[in-house]
Design a protein around this ligand. Structure first.
Ligand code: ZN
Length: 292
């Protein structure tokens, strides 16, 4: 039995081979390394799996070490392969795995698929002809930290003016606050905008402008044929993004625009866990073929 496990800041999502999916709350132990690892062991080792694909938000080196996870800093430096005694473990960035999932299940003809996931932060993943592009050290596609405003808003990474500082849950809350509004959650602003609140509507307009700037940069650099948008923030405001493909195409050169399709994530919040399961399966198959 193999499974895919997506370790997030508040929940662990698990995808099983038979198609079942489960969500476990870990928010109560996220600040204690010992307690968190104990809980993760229970979840991961349950059913004695022969293989586990693990997806984690953050920087993952090619040997599987979580070098920096802003959502779960107690896991910094941890290598799940050394901690969980399972015969086969692969570890990767959560958005890499979400991108792989969307490619494998919904766009396997795509040559260049770019996944952009907006929620607590802004993550991105690139799948080229079915292979996840990781860069030399494993940290490629940190588009959330490309600078779109010199000296701009503070970002969770400690820098200023990053795309994530505008296009994420906390980014949109900060835009709203700057306009004199008060909201603790992104969804409150979206509800207010739906009810016609002018400040909230202006916030969404500014947010969309930054979203389009970052997306146009990404399209000009990577020339994807498929751009998948997902994550809690995107899911919550799809009705405001109905025109995103047209708007984006009007801002980029005609050649990249001519091959580009934009769509929303199909697998939604389980994309990382399902992707990790599918990716693990592909790795195992490749190794079996090599042995034949
Ligand atoms: Zn940043």
């Amino acid at each position: 039995m193999i499974k895919g496990v997506d370790i997030g800041g508040t929940f662990v999502k698990v995808a099983y081979e038979d198609g079942k999916k489960k969500k476990f709350f870990i928010g109560d132990v996220k600040n204690s390394k010992r307690k968190l690892l104990e809980r993760l062991k229970e979840i991961i080792l349950d059913d004695k799996p022969s293989g586990v694909g693990i997806a984690v938000a953050g920087f993952i080196s090619k040997d599987g070490t979580i070098t920096r996870s802003p959502n779960l800093p107690v896991l910094d430096g941890v290598n799940p392969r050394e901690i969980f005694k399972v015969p086969k473990i692969v570890v990767d960035n959560d958005v890499n795995m979400a991108g792989y999932c969307e490619w494998k299940l919904h766009n396997s003809g795509s040559e260049v698929l770019l996944a952009i996931i907006l929620g607590t932060g802004l993550g991105s993943g690139l799948v080229i002809n079915g292979e996840v592009f990781r860069g030399a050290g494993g940290s490629a596609l940190e588009l959330g930290h490309h600078i779109i405003e010199k000296g701009g808003r503070p970002c969770s990474c400690g820098r200023r003016g990053c795309w994530e500082a505008y296009c994420s849950s906390y980014g949109i809350v900060n835009i709203y606050r700057d306009l004199g509004g008060s909201a603790s959650k992104d969804i409150e602003i979206i509800w207010k905008a739906r009810s016609g609140d002018e400040r909230a509507l202006e916030t969404i307009k500014i947010f969309k402008e930054y979203l389009l700037i970052g997306l146009a940069n990404a399209v000009h650099i990577l020339n994807p044929d498929t751009l998948v948008l997902g994550g809690g923030l995107i899911e919550g405001m799809k009705d405001f993004l109905y025109d995103i493909e047209g708007k984006l195409k009007s801002r980029v050169e005609s050649l990249p625009a001519s091959v580009l399709k934009v769509r929303f994530s199909v697998e939604k919040e389980f994309a990382g866990a399902v992707g990790a399961l599918l990716y693990l399966r592909a790795v195992i198959r490749k190794e079996e073929n090599r042995m034949l």
